[in-house]
Design a binder for this molecule. Sequence first.
Ligand code: MEV
Length: 438
Amino acid sequence: MTNARIPGFYKMNVDERLRKLRQARPIPLRDLYALTSETAALPFETANHMIENAIGVYPLPLGVALNFQINGKDYLVPMAIEEPSVVASASHIAKLVREAGGFTAEATEREMIGQIQVVGCPNLEAATEILLQREAELVALANAAHPSMQARGGGAKHLQVRVVGEAGTARHSQMLVVHLLVDTCDAMGANVVNTMAEAIAPRVEELTGGKVYLRILSNYTTGCLARARCIIPPEQLATRGYTGEQVRDGVLCAYRFAVSDVYRAVTHNKGVMNGIDAVVMATGNDWRAIEAGAHAYAARFGSYAPMTEWRVDELGRLVGSLELPMPVGTVGGSIGIHPMARFARDLLNVRSAAELAQVVVAVGLAQNLGALKALATDGIQRGHMALHARSIAMAAGATGEMVEQVAARLTELRDFSLDRAKELVQALQAPRLTHAVR
Ligand code: MEV
């Protein structure tokens, strides 16, 4: 059992934080070593095997979002992200939601789609019919190409055939697209799906008399969705200078802005993806795939819309929900080899990829509410700049204790320019230099 409530976590030093984490959730020593060793987080040796022409590794801060309770279970959520405020904001909203009973979440089956493009079929209708008649044969052929997936209870399950393009136009000429639906169990499964799509392509050509071109996974995984929901009574939303009702109505007004305006919807969704990408990256998953699918899903009704939905229920409570394609995995890809991804999986303590998908959408929903709540009240800059001030201090050359001193002064002055930060660093360094010269 995890305890995701660790009061005062942000004030502790890293050793204390790790001690608290190990009390809240037993983390294997191997993971802890990877986390704390400067060179071992991703050894170059491993990186060198992961991609071509490797010349180093590119680290990002790894934080942990606290307070998450989803379907009655506590989660400590790892987040890899360079942007200040994101982890703090997710933790803050998770605390409010926890006090209101926690998030509820669910996930659909995990059916990935392998697409096979068939062009030049002499008769599209006849080709469609024959493919559907031979569904069992093609599914068996696909499974024979990757039998271990079927042995685990997954594997290729069905076939769908679509005709896409417009008749009679050269640019959009009609073609057949075969969808091979594959249950990839706890893997994201891109390699499995691609292997299967390639394996059945020659038989698809034989049956249809057409020529197969592309054989590739679709990142629009409408058969692998996850949903999260939260309900918060207004009194819990009250903040310095604003009543709960004011905050609730401000969030709704911000949401209506995103519904009505694509310029705002994109930024609204960027805020959702701040949370989602950070967890997806920390857990070693493919965030480009998640991004691509999420934005397409946001446009599924014909125009680009906010990913989340906010409303008020009959008791005056704020109700939020988020549903997205979420083809994350807990095995396969870089997950088994990247020490940080292993650490993230152990910290999260999820039993399946479907459970991880639910955590990810809950974080996306929390992140969105965090942004809307701040934007509809004080604005985000106050909190954001206070955190960002540390980065400016470091960019100006501050090290050690000086980082906090310069950041605090910049916040006091409400001047976050690099020039001002450099002046402050120089002023703090001056006595030390004099001392060193003497
Ligand atoms: C910044 O990274 C994200 C926000 O712009 C999201 C939003 O405006 O909803 C604060």
